[in-house]
Design a protein around this ligand. Structure first.
Ligand SMILES: Cc1cc2nc3c(=O)[nH]c(=O)nc-3n(C[C@H](O)[C@H](O)[C@H](O)COP(=O)(O)O)c2cc1C
Length: 363
C-alpha cells in the first residue's frame, strides 16, 4: 500500500493502524530553526482527542505525542521530523464479531477486494485514528506558517441544522465541544445529536475552515493550484464526500454580477468588496481569506442492522457495536484545519522556491 505521503516540499507521511502499537508521521522538508517542542503539538491533538463529550466516541486515548527526530534544543534541524503516538486503548475484542463481515459504509470490502488481506481491528489503516497524525503534522505546519497566518475551523451544519451566518461568532468555537460558532444553534444540535445517539443512529455535518493572513501568490498553475491541492487534502479525510472553495456549489446559482468580487485601490492597497472566490483566483491566493467547506457523511457504524456480506460470500445483517461517534463531523474540525495548514505550509515553501521572498509586485 503506497500513497501515504502528501505535499511536495513540506512532505507528510503517516504510518500505523488503529490497533497497532503506535501511529506516527514523518515530516520531511520542514525548514530548519523553527522553534518546536511537543507542547506546540499537544494542544491541537487534545482538540481532536476522543471522549471529550457525550457526542464523540468514548474510546479513551491520551494521544500523547513524542518527537523522535528532527528537533534539537527546541528547534527544527531541517532533517526529517518523526512524531509518534502510542495506542493505549486498542480493545480488539470490540471488533471480533466483524472479523469476517464487511461493515457497510466502511472501507472493509474495498480494502479486501483490492489487497486481499484484512486488518479488521477497528478498520486498520482505514480507521480515522490516522487523522491524529495529520493533526500533529498540521501543528508543525502552523509553526512554519507563523503567527501572521491564522487557520480556524468550525462546524457549520449538523444534519439538516445549519448555523445562521449572521450569528456566527468565531470566538465561541473553542468554548464548546461541538466547535459551534452559533450559540443559538448549539442547543438545537445538542438535542438533535442526543436523539440520534439514543436511536443508535448517526448524522452528517459540514465543516468550514478559514485561513486568514495568507499572502497573495500561493498556488501554482496549472496542476499545483492552491484550491485543487486543498480539495485533495480535505477530500482525503475519512468520511468526506464533498469539498467547496468559496461559494462552491452555490456559485452555480449566482449571476456574473453577483459572483464578481469587485476590486478597488484604497489607501494604496488592493481591496476586494466580497469573497465569493474563497481567496483563490486561477489557483493562486489573492490575500483574501481562504475559505473551504467540506461535507462529512453520517457515521457508518450504527446500531440498526444493515444488509451486508461476509468474506465467504454469505448474506448477513451487520450491526456495528463498539464505541462510535454519532457525528464524526465534530472531530473532523481539527483535522480539516490541519490539512489546510499542511497545504499552505507546502505552498508557502513552493512559492519561495520559485519566486524567493520578493514582495508581490502590485500590492
Ligand atoms: C475524526 C473521524 C472519526 C471517525 N470515527 C468513525 C467512527 O467512530 N465510526 C465510523 O463508522 N466511522 C468513523 N469515521 C469515518 C470512517 O473512518 C470512514 O467512513 C471509513 O474509513 C470509510 O471511508 P470513507 O467514508 O472516506 O469512504 C471517522 C472519520 C473521522 C474524520
Amino acid at each position: 500500500m503506497s500513497y501515504n505521503t502528501f505535499g511536495h516540499l513540506f512532505r507528510v507521511t503517516t504510518w500505523g493502524e488503529s490497533h497497532g502499537p503506535a501511529i506516527g508521521c514523518v515530516i520531511d522538508g520542514c525548514p530548519p530553526r523553527v522553534a518546536l517542542e511537543e507542547a506546540d503539538i499537544q494542544p491541537w491533538l487534545d482538540r481532536r482527542r476522543p471522549g471529550q463529550s457525550k457526542f464523540t466516541t468514548q474510546r479513551q486515548e491520551a494521544d500523547r505525542v513524542e518527537i523522535l527526530s528532527g528537533v534539537f534544543e527546541g528547534h527544527t534541524t531541517g532533517t526529517p521530523i518523526s512524531l509518534v503516538i502510542r495506542n493505549t486503548d486498542q480493545r480488539s475484542r470490540d471488533y471480533g464479531d466483524i472479523a469476517t463481515r464487511y461493515r457497510p459504509g466502511h472501507a472493509d470490502v474495498a480494502y479486501d477486494m483490492k489487497y486481499g488481506i484484512r486488518d479488521y481491528r477497528g478498520g486498520g489503516r482505514s480507521s480515522a485514528r490516522e487523522t491524529a497524525m495529520r493533526v500533529a503534522a498540521g501543528a508543525v505546519a502552523r509553526k512554519v506558517l507563523g503567527d501572521r497566518i491564522s487557520i480556524r475551523g468550525a462546524l457549520v451544519q449538523v444534519g439538516p441544522h445549519a448555523v445562521d451566518r449572521a450569528r456566527m461568532d468565531w470566538e465561541m468555537v473553542n468554548a464548546n465541544p461541538l466547535f459551534c460558532p452559533d450559540m443559538a444553534m448549539l442547543p438545537v444540535w445538542e438535542d438533535y445529536l442526543a436523539d440520534v445517539r439514543k436511536k443508535g443512529s448517526s448524522t452528517g455535518a459540514v465543516i468550514e475552515v478559514v485561513a486568514e493572513g495568507v499572502p497573495p501568490g500561493l498556488g501554482a498553475p496549472i496542476y499545483g493550484k492552491l484550491d485543487s491541492d486543498l480539495a485533495m487534502a480535505l477530500m482525503s479525510i475519512n468520511a468526506v464526500k464533498g469539498v467547496e472553495i468559496g461559494d462552491g456549489f452555490a456559485s452555480a446559482c449566482l449571476t456574473g454580477e453577483e459572483n464578481a468580487d469587485p476590486m478597488r485601490m484604497e489607501n494604496g492597497m488592493l481591496q476586494f468588496a466580497s469573497n465569493h472566490a474563497g481567496g483563490v483566483l486561477g489557483g493562486i491566493s489573492t490575500g483574501q481569506p481562504i475559505v473551504a467547506r467540506f461535507a462529512v457523511k453520517p457515521t457508518s457504524s450504527i446500531l440498526t442492522p444493515v444488509p451486508s456480506v461476509t468474506r465467504d460470500g454469505e448474506n448477513v445483517d451487520v450491526m456495528t457495536k463498539g464505541r462510535h461517534d454519532p457525528c464524526v463531523g465534530i472531530r473532523a474540525v481539527p483535522v480539516g484545519e490541519a490539512m489546510m495548514a499542511c497545504v499552505l505550509a507546502d505552498h508557502l515553501l513552493r512559492h519561495r522556491g520559485q519566486v524567493g521572498n520578493q514582495e508581490p509586485v502590485v500590492l
